[in-house]
Every structure is written in C-alpha cells, then in structure tokens.
Write a protein that binds this ligand. Structure first.
Ligand SMILES: [Mg+2]
Length: 123
C-alpha cells in the first residue's frame, strides 16, 4: 500500500463546466482538488490548509482575475505553489509570462495534455 500523500491541486476558474470537468478528471487521477470561481475566493480558501502542490489558473474571471490573483499570491506566498495558466491559445504564453507562471495550457486543451503539465510541474 502506498503511503505517498495525495498531491493537492487548486483550480481557479469561473467557467463551471471546465471547473467541474477538471475536478472530476484530476480526482480520478488520484489528486486532492480544491476549487475557486475567482481569485478572491481562491485567496480566501488559501487562508486555511496547506498550500497546493500546483495551481491551475484561469485569467479572465469576475471579482478578481488571474493577474490580480497572481500578484496577491506571489506577494504572500512567493513561488511556493507553481502556477499553470489556462487561457485562450492566442496569448497563452504571454499571459504566463505576465505573471511569471511556470507553465501554461492553451484553451481548448486535451485533458491528457493538462495532466502532463500537472505531472511536470507539481511540487
Ligand atoms: Mg474565465
């Protein structure tokens, strides 16, 4: 029996369909998953519990978008949780660089490609 601790992923995404699909998929892959619908919710959620092993971050969200979240997260937690940006293909790389994220996946993405990024960058 494996004694390895479950890795925890935080998904920050305002699109409910994407959020729920990703959550179900990553849980099937053995991850613990927490979700937030915008950056503000995510910052609130991070006030308790351990920091996630990886954050999947949408950029365009109401209330607090991905840029604002990244600024707040980095100010408070530095690079303790790697951030992978999920955003429209045309500017995905630029968006990741904007917030010094470790990686990006361009929407629409295949779940297998997302999983590769998670496995590559999780702490
Ligand atoms: Mg969005």
């Amino acid at each position: 029996m494996s004694t390895e601790k479950k890795k925890n992923i935080l998904i920050v995404e305002d699109d409910q369909d994407i959020l729920l699909a990703l959550k179900a998929f990553l849980e099937l892959e053995g991850y613990g998953v927490r979700t937030a619908e915008n950056g503000f919710e995510a910052m609130e959620l991070l006030k308790s519990g351990e920091l996630p092993n990886l954050i999947l971050l949408d950029m365009k969200m109401p209330v607090m978008n991905g840029w604002q979240f990244a600024i707040e997260f980095l100010a408070k937690h530095d690079h303790l949780s790697p951030i992978v940006v999920m955003t429209a293909a045309a500017d995905a790389k630029q968006r990741a660089q904007d917030i010094s994220a470790i990686g990006w996946v361009a929407k629409p993405f295949e779940l297998d490609d997302l999983l590769k990024m998670v496995k590559k960058y999780e702490r």
